[in-house]
Structure formats: C-alpha cells, structure tokens
Ligand binder design. Structure first.
Ligand code: OGA
Ligand code: NI
Length: 324
C-alpha cells in the first residue's frame, strides 16, 4: 500500500483557501472563472439540489456497500459495475470500493443498474432524480462560467454536457476506515497516510462531488503542495476535467486530486462526471485563441481521449500526447 507525506498543515489549522461560490448570485461568474483558473476546483453553495434526494441516494449507497463481499462481487464488472481496491485495469490500487454506473441522458437498456439493492426501484429513481438535478446545476455553473469568460452563446459549454448522447458517469466510492496496523510498518517518506484513491485528474469536462462528513480529499496547488478539502455534506465540490482544460486552451486547470484513507471513519462520496458525447470534437474554443497557432493542444474526439485514458495509469499526465 502506498505511503505518503503528511497532509498540508494549512487546513489543519482551520484555514482553507478553497473558493466557496454562491451560484444563486449571477455576479459569482467572475469568482467562478477565477477559481477554475487558479485552482481548477471550487465549492458550491445555494445550489438548489434537494438535500432529501442526496440523503436517499447516500442511504442506498451505504446499504449496498454493507452487503457481503460475495454479493457485491456478483456485480463486479468493467467499465461499469463494482470494484474493490483495483482502480482501472492498469495496476492502480487504493483503500476503496466503488460502484460505477452509466449516467447517460438516455438512460436506456444499456444503463447499468445492479439488481442487488433491497429495492432496486428506489435506487433507480433516486439515481435518476439525483443525476437530473445535478446535471441541471452543472449546466447552470457552465453557463455562468461562459458568461464570466465573455463567451457567446451562453450554452457554448453547457450544451456539451446536456446533449442527448452525453457520455456521463456516476460513481459511488466507499473508503472504509483503514486499520491502524496498516499504517505503522514501513514508512518510506516520513508519513503515515494510506492512499484511498491515488492522485489523478478527471478526463471529462467537469466533475461534481458530494461526500458525507468524512474528509480525505486533497487537491494539488499550483506550487505542488497538497491541501485537504474540508468535508461539507450540504455542498458540492466541482473540479475542472482534462477536456475543459483543453477547451479553454489551458486557462483553466484540470486539478490533480487524491483521497487519503481515514483511520476511524468511512468516507462515502458520489461523483457525477459530466462528459460530452463520444463523437464530440475537443479543441480550444476559437473565441479563446486568436489563431490556430496559439492552440496548445491537438484536436481529438472524446471517444479517442477516453480510450487513451482507459489505458493509462491514474497518475499519468494524460494530456501530454495531445500537446502541441
Ligand atoms: C474520483 C475521485 C474522490 C472521492 O472518483 O475520480 O476523485 O472523494 N473521487 O471519492
Ligand atoms: Ni477524481
């Protein structure tokens, strides 16, 4: 199991530099743009997503993860399904179990809904309502960002994640408490933290995370240091994905993040990864570059990038082959 240096002290003293954005205020568009450029990460309040909806889904998630391992492994699968410890197929491991599902707009026959839940209909409805509501909030945030960037029309970015064929994913992560003895022996770099989810960037356009009251998520700052994200179950955390970094020609940063396991408490997180349709071409928006020479990236389709990302390790700089 990988061992790490101690988390940054900044948040331990109660101070967090993470931008908090009130998306009910249209003037927050400037703060949003600044947060995407400086951190690639921000916390959203006054979002309008029903807390009851969130609680129902979290309850279902907790029930699922408390099933016997032999039940859960019945729905193990790739790319969708249950997974334990192994993240992807390229050797990454973490102190985490998860359930990955297709969250395409046209929830059709190909959507993955494990029939293992006590009441699969309750789960299915909670998931549909949650993703619908979070997708709406995401479109709103992307429209505010577009406005803040001075781009027209307003739906330039939001339409990428609200097209019928949008390729979006929903992920439930469960980080069980990590027993102390795992932390105590070898210690290669002066730290004692076990990796829950290794450092990576998310490949999609933007990701929307909500967690229970257990912290563990950290983001990497421009100076290379890691800071802990305080948990806040009533808020949502957004992070810029690789595709949005490319669309903004590097103005926005796809933030590197990771999760450290907690020795006492379980962390349960739910993440909606808003992706474009498979055939969507991703290249810097022409309104953000004066001419093609300024473009930092070669054009690709989401399907090409996704394929490439699936064959890489978590910590790889996946955009590198697409840099000019
Ligand atoms: C992810 C991720 C963070 C968390 O699944 O891509 O970054 O808190 N998860 O589970
Ligand atoms: Ni992530």
């Amino acid at each position: 199991m990988a061992l790490l240096s101690k988390p940054n002290e900044k948040t331990e003293s109660g101070f967090s530099p993470i931008p908090v954005i009130d998306i009910s205020d249209p003037e927050s568009k400037h703060a949003l743009v600044k947060a995407c450029a400086d951190f690639g990460f921000f916390m959203v309040i006054n979002h309008g997503v029903s807390s009851e909806l969130v609680s129902v889904l979290e309850h279902e998630a907790v029930e699922f993860f408390s099933l016997p391992a032999s039940d859960k492994t019945q729905v193990a699968g790739y790319p969708f399904g249950y997974g334990n410890r192994e993240i992807g197929r390229n050797g990454d491991v973490g102190w985490v179990e998860y359930l990955l599902m297709n969250a395409n707009l046209d929830f059709g026959s190909h959507s993955f809904f494990p029939g293992l839940f006590n009441n699969p209909e309750t789960f299915r409805n909670a998931l549909l309502e949650y993703t619908t509501s979070v997708r709406k909030m995401t479109s709103h945030v992307l429209e505010m960002i577009t406005d803040g960037l001075g781009i027209e029309p307003r739906n330039t970015l939001s339409k990428l994640v609200s097209d019928k064929n949008t390729d979006s994913i929903f992920r439930l992560n469960h980080y069980p408490p990590c027993p102390h003895h795992i932390n105590t022996n070898t210690n290669t770099n002066g730290g004692n933290n076990v990796i829950g989810f290794g450092e990576h960037t998310d490949p999609q356009i933007i990701s929307v995370l909500r967690s229970n009251n257990t912290s563990g998520l950290q983001i990497n700052l421009a100076d290379g240091s890691w800071i802990s994200v305080p948990s806040d179950p009533s808020s949502f955390f957004f992070n810029v994905g690789d595709s949005l970094q490319v669309l903004t020609n590097g103005k926005f940063k796809s933030v590197k993040h990771r999760v450290l396991a907690n020795s006492r408490k379980s962390r349960v997180s739910m993440i909606y990864f808003a992706g474009p349709s498979l055939t969507q071409r991703i290249a810097p928006l022409s309104c953000l570059t004066d001419n093609e020479d300024e473009s930092l990236y070669k054009e690709f389709t989401w399907s090409e990038y996704k394929n490439y990302a699936y064959h890489s390790r978590l910590s790889d700089n996946r955009l590198q082959p697409f840099e000019r």
